[in-house]
Design a protein around this ligand. Structure first.
Ligand code: FES
Length: 180
């Protein structure tokens, strides 16, 4: 039972049951007001819990997407005699529009990277004579053998494409996690 002292009287003097609905939504009485505060606090807690659960689902979704991305197709990207040592070739992997670059470092060594710089996505270019990949936009440099940034603004390595050589051909077979 609310404390009578804490109940206010509406300006028109009519009892609470005869008051318009909007006055119930904006009560002047302390007991009603406290009830609303509790209700708002519970709503706030539910909102936070909902955001927490949504965040977890989002993380699970990203993880399953990454797992799925691990099973990328094997795709022929070049023949062995197509590239001399020090030469490179652009290709798209795993989907059209995902531009990558293959570089032949020696008779037996190839490397391939996603061509987007990890700073602001400019296309990187091979400089095998310097042992590096170069991003001309802001003078970013990467080690050509590992994709690790060595100078300039980039902080993350280039995404490295996994390769296999067989039957005189070079195949892309996914992305390599971490640095080899
Ligand atoms: S985009 Fe490559 S260094 Fe900035």
């Amino acid at each position: 039972m609310p404390d009578e002292e804490m109940l206010s009287v509406a300006p028109d003097g009519r009892p609470a049951k005869d008051q318009p609905a909007w006055r119930k939504d904006f009560p002047l009485d302390w007991p009603e007001d406290e009830y609303r505060s509790r209700r708002e606090f519970v709503a706030f807690l539910m909102l936070i819990s909902g955001a927490f659960v949504t965040g977890h689902f989002w993380i699970l979704l990203i993880q399953s997407w990454r797992k799925a991305a691990g099973n990328l197709p094997v795709k022929e990207i070049a023949s062995l005699n197509e590239l001399g040592v020090g030469q490179s070739k652009l290709f798209e992997y795993p989907r059209p529009g995902n531009r990558c670059i293959l570089v032949r470092l020696s008779e037996t060594t190839f490397v391939a990277y996603g061509q987007k710089c990890t700073h602001l996505s400019c296309p990187v270019l091979p400089r095998p004579d310097l042992g590096r990949m170069h991003c001309p936009c802001h003078e970013g440099w990467f080690d050509i053998r590992t994709g690790v940034p060595v100078a300039g603004p980039p902080r993350r390595p280039l995404p490295r494409v996994g390769l296999e050589v067989r039957d005189g051909k070079v195949f892309a077979n996914g992305y390599v996690q971490g640095v080899i």
